[in-house]
Design a protein around this ligand. Structure first.
Ligand SMILES: *[C@@H]1O[C@H](CO)[C@@H](O)[C@H](O)[C@H]1NC(C)=O
Ligand SMILES: *[C@@H]1O[C@H](CO)[C@@H](O)[C@H](O)[C@H]1NC(C)=O
Ligand SMILES: *[C@@H]1O[C@H](CO)[C@@H](O)[C@H](O)[C@H]1NC(C)=O
Ligand SMILES: *[C@@H]1O[C@H](CO)[C@@H](O)[C@H](O)[C@H]1NC(C)=O
Ligand SMILES: *[C@@H]1O[C@H](CO)[C@@H](O)[C@H](O)[C@H]1NC(C)=O
Ligand SMILES: *[C@@H]1O[C@H](CO)[C@@H](O)[C@H](O)[C@H]1NC(C)=O
Ligand SMILES: *[C@@H]1O[C@H](CO)[C@@H](O)[C@H](O)[C@H]1NC(C)=O
Ligand SMILES: *[C@@H]1O[C@H](CO)[C@@H](O)[C@H](O)[C@H]1NC(C)=O
Ligand SMILES: *[C@@H]1O[C@H](CO)[C@@H](O)[C@H](O)[C@H]1NC(C)=O
Ligand SMILES: *[C@@H]1O[C@H](CO)[C@@H](O)[C@H](O)[C@H]1NC(C)=O
Ligand SMILES: *[C@@H]1O[C@H](CO)[C@@H](O)[C@H](O)[C@H]1NC(C)=O
Ligand SMILES: *[C@@H]1O[C@H](CO)[C@@H](O)[C@H](O)[C@H]1NC(C)=O
Length: 638
């Protein structure tokens, strides 16, 4: 059986290459980085998404099992977020996975690091991951020579279905599968991952049962003439890591893919932050196990393809173990801290005689699980490693000179966009130069891109030096900042509770200044929760921004067995929300510093009770030392 399958497959590839050279692209070695889309920003989405998180690792016996992360909270000077749902801090600051500019940065960063495409974690057609998909397709089409693949997190769709009867589940998956065919795979192998003329779908598992999956495969699909049925590649963890699993699924799937090495060794006493851990050697052993399974499976003809993986590390305290236990895979070996866990997995595949055609990097940007290759400091180790090790794996020459350029490009672009919000300031020549630089980076013209960025940086400095900067501070109460409704006070502090709000307005001449200029703003206050409980303290403002239809989306782990994890809702679309601070401890005074944004806060006194800002809470809070601080930027008329 093996030679027959092997030869016909080979012939098919040769034949297709002859007919259509672009289909040969699928025969080349590819590196795909996994992408998540659940972290947001107030500026882009009216919410921080999963940069904020509150949850308990319910099955954990670690030192700390309850975690509360408030992405709104800033350091005293406003330069850093002090409570984000990740054990790693992003070098680029907090960004929105749904921001087209950030996605363009991700694309350029991937390109410059030798990555050939993204494997996007996707839920269903009505999920925010589908917004990410639509935008990424636009970028892939604009630049070309980049592949998108779908990592179908089937658990996200089953969780959202009401009755979860098999009929309902199979129908919903069938509708979404047809949607992928009609709107994504239709774009062909130049844009999305194909194997021959089969679209490739990665499935993570934990949602569909094997019976339901079988029913799904039996349902007819409308396929265009040059497309044949999709092939399905299941995650090693959920479908192939044991004989019983593969016994159940092997007859339904066409291959398997590696993920962040899943290792569950109980931690020793000196690693009591986690329940389980793995070492660099375990990570390599994981890849060895996977490659043995994958090669055997292809040799016997039950798999069409398998994909290796290389993952930098793991620490799921940022998502509190998705309600379960806490696991750790260090980024470097535990003894000497010299050898990189990520590089060791790449070296394994470089040395492997029968290497797969695809290596997956879990992940590009999953900060809550701390698996990212995105920079967490100026060194950008994982990206440099990706550039030279992926080239070594492909047996092509590596060019690592462009690795740091996309980050500079992105931070300059963000500065330019900030200055663009200054009335009477025209930065379109700078933005246009940045657009051209993106094209240079895409075309690997790194020396030209670097000098172009140098000129842009100088231009932005020149522009900034021509701006008039005025500092404004308003304390409550003062002539500049006052309550619009008589506040409830207690022992000199303001009370905010279910029945008492605190409504504040900025004096009109100062408000007019804010409306007419650009600014960076900070809201400072001290708060104290008066009862031992969990509560949210929120601040809202007036906004002139069209709210997106506000929606709450259920966010669940791609891993879990249904029902075990805490359900996390992420609200987006409310640009009037200044901050949402989750508070768990009572008794002590805490201080808060949060951002006030030109794009969101309007200062037109149209919020409730003619206010500009107001505080609300479900439980009783005391507030004091409330102040606003602005750096106001305007064009100097001289
Ligand atoms: C997506 O939303 C549309 C319109 O609201 C609805 O008709 C469709 O059934 C939804 N699809 C899924 C998979 O939920
Ligand atoms: C982007 O780069 C790829 C490969 O380097 C090239 O094939 C493509 O034409 C470029 N696209 C644009 C718009 O410059
Ligand atoms: C779920 O069950 C209810 C009650 O049996 C029924 O009215 C509804 O149509 C079902 N919904 C779906 C999507 O199957
Ligand atoms: C993929 O697997 C299914 C189920 O085993 C099988 O029917 C199908 O022929 C396979 N596809 C290819 C291209 O081998
Ligand atoms: C924990 O203790 C073991 C010895 O029991 C030691 O080898 C290891 O380096 C320690 N790990 C850490 C993280 O301190
Ligand atoms: C590798 O496979 C062996 C044998 O099945 C198993 O005992 C071991 O736990 C696996 N190691 C890893 C890291 O997956
Ligand atoms: C790598 O490429 C070189 C030429 O570019 C070739 O001579 C060599 O055989 C290749 N090595 C492998 C392992 O394919
Ligand atoms: C900004 O300058 C560009 C030329 O650099 C011009 O085309 C554009 O109209 C100007 N925009 C405004 C709003 O003045
Ligand atoms: C720069 O590129 C963006 C995104 O492609 C586009 O929307 C914008 O119009 C371009 N701006 C200039 C000034 O070229
Ligand atoms: C204005 O505020 C900024 C940021 O807080 C500070 O760096 C600067 O020195 C202040 N300028 C004046 C004139 O006080
Ligand atoms: C009132 O405030 C003062 C000073 O901040 C503090 O010492 C005192 O304990 C407070 N009393 C109550 C009842 O909270
Ligand atoms: C904060 O408020 C308390 C009580 O009203 C006051 O004693 C303290 O000086 C204030 N701190 C600042 C920094 O304004």
């Amino acid at each position: 059986m093996f030679p027959a399958v092997g030869v016909s497959h080979l012939l098919a590839v040769v034949f297709l290459c002859f007919l259509h050279s672009s289909l040969c692209v699928s025969a080349k070695k590819k590196v795909l980085a996994d992408l998540t889309s659940n972290k947001l920003t107030r500026e882009n989405d009216g919410s921080f998404g999963l940069w904020s998180f509150h949850g308990t690792a319910a099955e954990s016996h670690a030192d700390q099992t309850v975690f509360t992360y408030n992405a709104d909270l800033l350091s005293s000077d406003g330069s850093r977020h002090v409570s984000i749902a990740s054990t790693l801090y992003p070098w680029m600051g907090l960004t929105s996975d749904l921001d087209p500019l950030f996605q363009e940065y991700l694309f350029l960063q991937a390109r410059a690091a030798g990555i050939d495409g993204f494997l996007l974690e996707w839920g269903h057609m009505n999920h925010s991951s589908n917004t990410a998909l639509r935008q990424l397709l636009r970028i892939a089409k604009k630049y070309g020579a980049f592949t998108l693949a779908i990592n179908w997190c089937d658990h996200w769709l089953t969780t959202e279905l009401k009755n979860k009867t098999s009929g309902e589940v199979v129908d919903a998956f069938h509708r979404n599968l047809q949607y992928l065919i009609d709107t994504v795979f239709i774009l062909g192998p130049e844009v999305v991952l194909y194997h021959g003329n089969h679209p490739v779908i990665f499935i993570f598992g934990g949602g569909l049962t094997s019976e339901q999956f079988k029913d799904l495969l039996a349902k007819p699909l409308r396929l265009p003439p040059d497309m044949t049925t999709p092939i399905w590649i299941g995650s090693y963890l959920n479908f192939a890591s044991g004989p019983a699993l593969w016994g159940e699924w092997g007859g339904l799937l066409n291959g398997t893919f590696g993920w962040a090495p899943f290792i569950e060794k109980p931690t020793p006493a000196n690693m009591s932050e986690w329940d389980y851990y793995g070492t660099l050697e375990d990570a390599v052993q994981y890849q060895r196990n996977l490659s043995k399974f994958g090669n055997d499976c292809v040799a016997t003809g039950s798999c069409v393809l398998w994909c290796g993986s290389a993952s930098p590390g793991f620490d799921n305290r940022g998502c509190a173990g998705w309600g379960r236990s806490l696991r750790y895979l260090p980024r470097r070996d535990l003894q000497t801290h010299r050898r990189s866990t990520y590089n060791a997995q790449w070296e394994f595949y470089i040395g492997l005689a029968s290497s797969p055609d695809v290596i997956i990097i879990p992940t590009m940007n999953d900060f809550p699980e701390a698996t990212v290759i995105l920079p967490t400091g100026p060194a950008m180790d994982a990206l440099h490693s990706t550039a030279w090790l992926s080239a070594k794996w492909k047996n092509i020459s590596a060019d690592t000179t462009g690795v740091s350029l996309p980050a500079s490009w992105f931070s300059l672009y963000r500065q330019a966009i900030f200055y663009q919000r200054t009335p009477h300031l025209n930065v379109s020549h700078i933005i246009s130069a940045l657009n051209q630089t993106a094209s240079l980076i895409n075309n690997t013209l790194y020396a030209e891109a670097s000098s172009s960025l140098h000129i842009i940086r100088k231009d932005l400095q020149k522009l900034a030096s021509r701006l008039k900067v005025t500092n404004l501070t308003f304390d409550l109460p003062s002539e500049g900042l006052y309550p619009t409704v008589k506040p409830t006070t207690q022992n000199g502090s303001y009370v905010v509770s279910k029945t008492d709000g605190l409504f504040l307005a900025v004096e009109e001449t100062k408000a007019a200044m804010l409306r007419a200029a650009n600014f960076k703003g900070l809201l400072r206050f001290e708060y104290r929760l008066q009862k031992e409980t969990f509560s949210h303290l929120k601040v809202y403002s007036s906004t002139s921004r069209q709210n997106k239809p506000p929606r709450k989306e259920l966010l669940v782990s791609r891993y879990s067995e249904s029902g075990r994890e805490k359900e996390v809702f992420v609200k987006h679309g409310d640009f009037a929300e200044v901050c949402d601070i989750m508070v768990t401890s009572s008794g002590a005074w805490e201080s808060a510093v949060v951002a006030l944004l030109k794009v969101n806060q309007a200062w037109d006194h149209t919020a409730e009770h003619s206010s500009d800002l107001y505080f609300v809470a479900d439980e009783s809070f005391l507030l004091r030392n409330i102040s606003l601080e602005f750096q106001v930027f305007s064009v100097d008329p001289s």
